[in-house]
Ligand binder design. Sequence first.
Ligand code: FE2
Ligand code: FE2
Ligand code: FE2
Length: 363
Amino acid sequence: LGLRPRSLLLHLRVEPGLEKEIRLSDNWSLPAVEEYFRSYATESREVPSLPSAEAIRSSSNPATAARDWLVQLAPDFLIESSPMARYASGNYGKLSSSLFKIIIDELGYGDFERKHSTLFENTMRSAGLNSVPHRYWQYYLNGSLMLANYYNRITRNRKHVFRYIGAIYLAETGFLTSCRIWRDVLKEALPGLDTRYFDEHCHIDIDHSRMALDGLVRPAIETYGNFAANEIVRGFEEARWIGEFAEQDFVRQICWKDSAERNQDHYQQIFLKVRRAWEAGEITKDCLDEPKGELSITHTHDGDELCHVASGEMEFLNGFECSTTLRGNQGIIIEHNRLHGALIHSERCKYEIYNIGDLDRWL
Ligand SMILES: [Fe+2]
Ligand SMILES: [Fe+2]
Ligand SMILES: [Fe+2]
């Protein structure tokens, strides 16, 4: 239930945002799309690493960062091909049959052990994680939710079928390289990891990328012309933009979790200044008094905040598998856009949240 509002909100926000971010020329033709997609395929194969992989590698706790990344992939991978399967019904002519060939691979050709979501369940379990879909919903970052929602949106509303074709070409093509990079870094961080999910995609997506180009992109443009070409490129660009956003969101979250001590130091440095500013009426604060067991479910804020615990004990959650204990006269800076939460451990806990806007202006 807790997932619904945040996920719906992102769903509504994403469309106008993307229209603003991605401006397309409207004269795409089949040869132009083919050339553009081929050059993407070539370039993407040569990508040496990904921001997510570097974040795991350089984290002060690579094993936790690796598990966190598996959690971010889970909203898609544990239900793999579910958005895609929405286009299995209806009649899209030859496109339907081409897409169905990809769907049956994703579903393991009727063999549960080979189903891609089953492979990822094994990956999750081998990392010591629960494999029930959405078990870790409270740890999904906004970027991960946006990405999953994007594929749901363009398959729920069928007017976006051509965008879906562009997005799925991107996914099947980029995945070849991403899966190799992720497999290597995850294995480094979690030596016991079952990587068969990633191994499988390193080879099957060679076929899926070709099938998406030959069986979906080309026939769609041949049959439906310029409109289809423009929409396909738009879907490709939108999915790419959100994918990169999700990578960066994860990078920032790992960095924020690794900075827990520095964020406490910053609190120490600026607290008196912040309190004086509040006394002078320059900024606002919220005062809270909560009982044992009270949970502030994970969320994010648009501006930086300062959390000051007046009395009692709080487990401040910096993110997945990372928390900081705060007692009387201790506190922490909460960076804007970073997922966090809190759980009260003492009979009562009094704390104050100061809306400081931008941390830099206080340092
Ligand atoms: Fe797959
Ligand atoms: Fe695939
Ligand atoms: Fe908060």
